[in-house]
Design a protein around this ligand. Structure first.
Ligand code: SF4
Length: 353
């Protein structure tokens, strides 16, 4: 057990993911998500309703709407956007807080979705154009200028926003710095970036890249560099299911990471890497001096930009979270020095939370 006091708080968002469609016109070679256009049946509102109804008695707050991209010129693009809008509206109706990350949107599309999302997201990944010749050779949406433009549009529209870097896809530390600086500049202009994800590439069973990713030391280094470059009001998020060694997770927290992102039964982007059981993760962190608490998919500074209907929903959740007593280390009387968090078993996935 460390000497660190429990004042060190780490947040996560209890989340469930809806995927309108896995089809995507991009072909990133590290992708473990996509199917070819026309290769799946889009998620219907009726099926989504059945899934969400089973979550209402559980602790889920955020519904992450995560989608592959239908080509901007496709005649199916309006129907795709309608489906995303309808799924967000459904989640709101059922008392959840939607957060959409559906790829590149134009300004009108983004403005429309703002009405049914408490926040939105898009990974910048890396701004170096070199990756357009390798990982993103067949992914026009990954053009760095297009993604930075998306970030700017979100800021202009006053949308609380999550972005991030994908690490270990052939970039350098100088590239990290350039990407982080570009995100910081956009945030300084608009004040809309609430968190930046540092996502280490981990090989999956479907990707064709099969790269090595980054080492544990590099992961900790990335957190240190990011904390140095990003403004202090931008939280740093790390995905615990993609960091294999418990000591590396702790080192990332020591280096300034303060959020573990959305945690739910399945990481749709990295389906080969299950999330830890939340109670075991909380216990592991508590035994090492960190207090894991829930958060909403919108940070308090973003509330001022919400439409009234969304503000009311957010207020209800802020009250519910404030009323929940914080876990204390006394709930975890047995704290071994290094006890790795258990991964979810199938039974846990079915009966999650
Ligand atoms: S990573 Fe995203 S943009 Fe790239 S192919 Fe997969 S779903 Fe499409």
């Amino acid at each position: 057990m460390t000497e660190r006091s429990m004042k060190n708080r780490i947040t996560y968002s209890p989340a469930f993911t809806l995927v309108p469609t896995y089809e995507c016109f991009n072909r990133c070679d590290y992708c473990n998500f996509r199917v070819d256009p026309g290769g799946d049946q889009w998620l219907s509102v009726e099926v989504a309703r059945d899934r969400l109804l089973t979550l209402q008695a559980q602790e889920v707050i955020e519904i992450l709407i995560l989608s592959g991209e239908v080509h901007p010129q496709s005649p199916r693009r309006p129907a795709w956007l309608d489906r995303i809008y309808d799924l967000c509206a459904l989640a709101l109706d059922l008392g959840f807080l939607p957060h959409s990350n559906v790829g590149i949107l134009n300004e009108a599309e983004m403005a429309r979705l703002k009405a049914v999302n408490v926040s939105m997201g898009l990974m910048v990944e890396q701004v170096t154009p070199r990756l357009q010749q390798t990982r993103h050779r067949h992914a026009p949406s990954k053009d760095p200028a297009t993604r930075l433009h998306h970030l700017e549009t979100a800021g202009r529209l006053r949308i609380p926003f999550t972005t991030g870097l994908l690490l270990g896809i052939g970039e350098t530390e100088a590239d990290w710095r350039e990407t982080l600086a570009a995100i910081a500049t956009s945030h300084q202009r608009w004040g809309h970036i609430q968190e930046v994800i540092l996502q280490p590439y981990n090989p999956g069973s479907q990707d064709t890249f099969r790269g090595l990713g980054i080492s544990d030391d590099q992961m900790v280094r990335a957190v240190t560099v990011a904390r140095d470059i990003l403004p202090p009001d931008v939280q740093l998020q790390i995905p615990p299911n993609l960091i294999q060694a418990p000591e590396t997770l702790l080192a990332c927290l020591d280096a300034g990471a303060r959020d573990l992102g959305g945690i739910g039964p399945i990481d749709e982007v990295n389906p080969d890497y299950r999330h830890q059981q939340i109670d075991r993760l909380r216990e592991f962190l508590a035994c090492n001096g960190w207090q894991l608490t829930r958060r909403l998919p919108i940070y308090p500074q973003g509330d001022r930009w919400l439409p009234a209907a969304l503000q009311a929903a957010v207020n209800r959740w802020r009250g519910a979270i404030a009323d929940t007593p914080l876990p204390s280390p006394s709930h975890h009387p047995h704290c071994p020095e290094t006890r790795p968090p258990a991964t979810l078993e199938i039974a846990d996935v079915l009966g999650w939370l």
